[in-house]
Design a protein around this ligand. Structure first.
Ligand code: SF4
Ligand code: SF4
Ligand code: F3S
Length: 385
């Protein structure tokens, strides 16, 4: 069984599909403006996004699943925005995904083999889950092939590679100490390729959609930070956009989850919040169509978009030693000196924060024009950038 010719002229564009599903021009333009804003683009880019979605045909996509819980897929599929959840998935022509495809067994493996063989340099490779290296890869074998072999084989012809979530970006819980399967992120296996790490456990659906829209519109990967995360979504700490931040600055903290301060919505730092060292868009985009995010529901941020967050101490204890931050002293100082000294302490904190943040984000001049990975050579190997 062969997959459909995804690049055929007869395949409708995304926009044609949207219209056929009853999406109005107004709704379409709102979606483009919304994506442009999330991506931090200028107003003029909205027209570019619209043109790309109107004119470009579907990109063939291989979505691989390895050691994971599948909630990255869940997050994307359950986006409450109809265009993200429904039409965009059609747009990217999800040709192979073990979780959602109707085909099974030999049929699905034939589809994968055909895509890899006949669409070199054209397809996107999306990976959910970490790859185990232990026991010669025996901890994760699909169709008789280890995850490691599949990653290498599919990556050889991939136009671009996206690692969805903490599992594929950093190993997540499987890689937590003692990492019994020697779980590795995709970037540790494909060292000569640029991997877009869309972090989070899971990532926010709108962030996943934004990365795909960027690829589709500009035919190149978005700007990345030093950890491979798209800067548009991961350049600010959760702490920087937290609506509870005025409480932090004023020294008003929840001490236990059932105290009066919790009811008043005070800062969650002392019950373990990792917002000060976590880079993500939760405070801006939020979840479920902008309804809420962990901190808004009274739970501290556990740092799910950072590497090794499972090993970073007990979740509900404030960390006395935040690597690279030293925020504890600042928080206690603020708590003890509400009043005139508070402003100075907060200012010190802000200055320290910005200095540290620059180091953590790792601005990389010149990375802005990073193109998609070059098409593979005739031998099937990607060219070195
Ligand atoms: Fe599940 Fe988190 Fe891994 Fe995504 S990153 S598959 S949500 S464990
Ligand atoms: Fe918000 Fe957590 Fe920062 Fe407090 S420590 S302001 S709850 S991100
Ligand atoms: Fe994760 Fe923290 Fe956001 S736990 S979902 S990065 S608030």
């Amino acid at each position: 069984m062969n997959p459909p010719n995804v690049l055929s002229e007869t395949v409708p564009t995304v926009y044609e599909q949207m219209v056929s599903r009853g999406v109005s021009r107004r709704e379409f333009m709102k979606f483009c403006a919304w994506m442009g804003a999330y991506l931090g683009l200028e107003g003029s880019a909205v027209a570019q996004i619209a043109k790309a979605i109107e004119s470009k045909r579907r990109i063939p996509v291989i979505w691989l699943h390895f050691q994971e819980c599948t909630c990255c897929s869940e997050s994307f599929l359950r986006s409450s925005h109809p265009i993200v959840a429904d039409i965009l998935l059609d747009k990217i022509s999800l040709d192979y995904t073990e979780t959602l495809q109707a085909a099974a067994g030999f049929q699905s493996e034939e589809i994968l083999a055909d895509l890899v063989k006949n669409h070199k340099g054209e397809y996107l490779m999306l990976v959910e889950g970490s790859v185990p290296l232990g026991a010669d890869g025996a901890y994760c074998v699909i169709a008789g092939k280890s995850a490691l072999d599949t990653v290498r084989e599919v990556a050889a012809g991939a136009k671009a590679i996206i690692a969805w979530g903490n599992c594929a970006s950093a190993g997540c819980v499987q890689a937590a100490n003692p990492n019994p399967t020697t779980a590795m992120p995709i970037s540790a296996i494909l060292k000569d390729r640029t991997i877009v790490n869309v972090q989070g456990c899971p990532p926010i659906a709108e962030v996943m959609a934004g990365v795909l829209v960027h690829l589709l519109t500009f035919d190149r990967i978005p700007q990345l930070d030093a950890l491979g995360r798209p800067k548009a979504f991961y350049s600010r700490r959760v702490h920087d956009t937290c609506y509870r931040r005025p409480n932090y600055d004023a020294g008003l903290f929840v001490e236990t989850f059932d105290d009066d301060n919790a009811k008043k919505g005070y800062c969650l730092y002392k019950v373990g919040c990792r917002g000060p060292s976590t880079y993500n868009s939760c405070g801006v985009i939020r979840w479920n169509n902008g309804t809420s995010y962990p901190i808004q529901s009274g739970h501290p941020c556990i740092g799910c978009s950072e590497a090794k967050f499972w090993d970073n101490g007990p979740f509900y204890q404030r960390l006395t030693n935040f690597p690279g931050f030293g925020i504890e002293a600042t928080a206690d100082k603020i708590g003890l000196t509400v009043g005139g000294v508070t402003a100075a302490a907060a200012l010190t904190h802000a200055v320290l924060t910005n200095v540290r943040k620059r180091g953590t984000i790792g601005e990389q001049p010149g990375e802005d024009n990073r193109k998609l990975d070059p098409a593979p050579t005739a031998a099937g190997e990607p060219k070195k950038p």
